[in-house]
Design a protein around this ligand. Structure first.
Ligand code: DX5
Ligand code: ZN
Length: 226
């Protein structure tokens, strides 16, 4: 199974200090930063776009921006996000009818490609062909659109289904994830953990990052005994 990666969601950070917030997370042990891009169409809210990501990538050298594109036309933003320094471009299966050419376009711009499914979308929409082409699969554990929502436990079954089908793929969970439910996520087989409120809302974000990471590491030891 692929290794544990913690990706704090900056949606829960102080946007006025975004570069400092990202640096603080990296110092605290975060490997990726989860950048929630919302367009007011695919989801009702608007957050940030390429101009802001571009400032962050200039301000935080070496940052890995895990861009979660909650946008209606994901084809439209590949070049802008690549130019802004995005490292991973994750689009929603619900937002496109043609995922394979989109994955190719993302790879052409030297970004990793992710495919996301919302709570009501079955894991079966991710066909073997799509999973083989993609670098990461994202199972949403809340309805996309805002931070601080309650974790939907029923979505975890989809993580188990995908992990059984794709033992080597990065599988990310996003939404309401924190120390209380990390074991559930980790045992089901997710290895890329997004958390906004649980990390930024904590007294000690580095402790939460360490807890999340060790839960994934421990679950993997149980799944793959040596
Ligand atoms: C929801 C976003 C999530 C969210 C996670 O639409 O995709 O990334 O910010 O935040 P928490 O961990 O607070 O649910
Ligand atoms: Zn997200």
């Amino acid at each position: 199974m692929p290794r544990a990666i913690i990706s704090p969601s900056v949606l829960a950070s102080d946007f006025g200090q975004l570069t400092a917030e990202c640096k603080r997370m990296i110092k605290g042990g975060a490997e990726w930063l989860h950048m929630d891009v919302m367009d007011g169409h695919f989801v009702p809210n608007i957050t940030m776009g390429a101009p802001i990501l571009s400032c962050v990538s200039k301000g935080v050298p070496g940052i890995f921006m895990d861009c979660h594109m909650m946008v209606a036309q994901p084809e439209k933003w590949v070049n802008d996000i690549a130019d802004a320094g995005g490292a991973l471009y994750c689009f929603h299966m619900e937002a496109t009818s043609d995922p394979l050419p989109l994955i190719d376009a993302i790879h052409e711009r030297k970004m990793k490609a992710g495919v996301a499914i919302s709570p009501d979308t079955p894991s079966s929409v991710i066909t073997d062909e799509i999973a083989a082409a993609a670098d990461m699969l994202l199972v949403m554990t809340v309805y996309p659109g805002r931070g601080g929502q309650k974790f939907l436990e029923r979505c975890i079954l989809k993580v188990s289904e995908l992990r059984a089908r794709f033992p080597d793929k990065d599988i990310e969970v996003d939404g309401g994830v924190g120390p209380k439910n990390i074991d559930l996520c980790a045992h089901a087989g997710s290895n890329v953990i997004v958390a906004g409120t649980a990390i930024f809302g904590a007294q000690s974000p580095e402790e939460v990052i360490a807890t999340l990471k060790s839960s994934v590491d421990n679950a993997q030891k149980k799944i793959e005994p040596k």
